[in-house]
Design a protein around this ligand. Structure first.
Ligand code: DAT
Length: 161
C-alpha cells in the first residue's frame, strides 16, 4: 500500500499547526512541523537581522526528511513550499485567513513590526498559494478557508475524504 504524504502550507498564523496536529490524531498519519525539525537539528545557515530569526537551511531540511517522506504517511507543516521535491506530496493544502482575523492572531506572537506587517502582506498577495501553484501540479493544490473552528472541522473532513 502506498501511504500518502500531505503538505499543509500558508502564511504564519493561518492555522497549519492546529489543523495538522488534529488531522494527524484523527488519521493516524505522522505530523512533522518543519520549524521544529529545523530547531531541533539546528538546520540553519545564517541569521536574518531584519526578521530577528534564523535562516532555514533548506537543503539540510530536505536531507533530514527524505527517509520519512519515502516511507510515506506524513503530514508536513511549513510556511514555505518551493524547496521540497515535488514528488514528495500527493496533496498540497494552502490555508487562507482573512486579514483582520490573521492580524489578531499574529498580534499575540512575539513578532517584530516588520515580520507582522510582512506576514499580513504575504496573505493579502496570496504568496503561498502562488508559490504552491508554481511548485506543484495545479490539481494537487487546494485552498482552504481557515477563519473559524467550523471551517477547521470542514477542512479536516475534506482532507480525510
Ligand atoms: P500556523 O501554524 O499556521 O502558524 P496556528 O495553528 O499556530 O497557525 O494557529 C494560530 C492561532 O490561530 C492559534 O491560536 C489557533 C488559531 N486558529 C487556527 N486555526 C483556526 C481556525 N480555523 N479558527 C479559529 N482559530 C484558529
Amino acid at each position: 500500500m502506498v501511504l500518502l504524504n500531505i503538505l499543509i502550507t500558508g502564511t504564519p498564523g493561518v492555522g497549519k499547526t492546529t489543523l495538522g496536529k488534529e488531522l494527524a490524531s484523527r488519521s493516524g498519519l505522522k505530523y512533522i512541523n518543519v520549524g521544529d525539525v529545523a530547531r531541533e537539528g539546528a538546520l540553519y545557515n545564517g541569521y536574518d537581522e531584519e526578521y530577528e530569526s534564523p535562516i532555514l537551511d533548506e537543503e539540510k531540511v530536505v536531507d533530514e526528511l527524505e527517509n520519512q517522506m519515502a516511507e510515506g504517511g506524513v503530514i508536513v507543516d511549513y510556511h514555505g513550499c518551493d524547496f521540497f521535491p515535488e514528488q514528495w506530496f500527493h496533496a498540497v493544502f494552502v490555508l487562507r485567513t482573512d486579514n483582520s482575523i490573521l492580524y489578531k492572531r499574529l498580534e499575540t506572537r512575539a513578532y517584530n513590526e516588520k515580520k507582522l506587517g510582512d506576514s499580513i502582506e504575504c496573505e493579502i498577495f496570496q504568496v503561498l498559494y502562488e508559490e504552491a501553484m508554481l511548485s506543484y501540479k495545479e490539481d494537487t493544490v487546494h485552498q482552504l478557508p481557515s477563519n473559524t473552528p467550523e471551517e477547521q472541522e470542514d477542512n479536516i473532513n475534506q482532507i480525510l475524504r
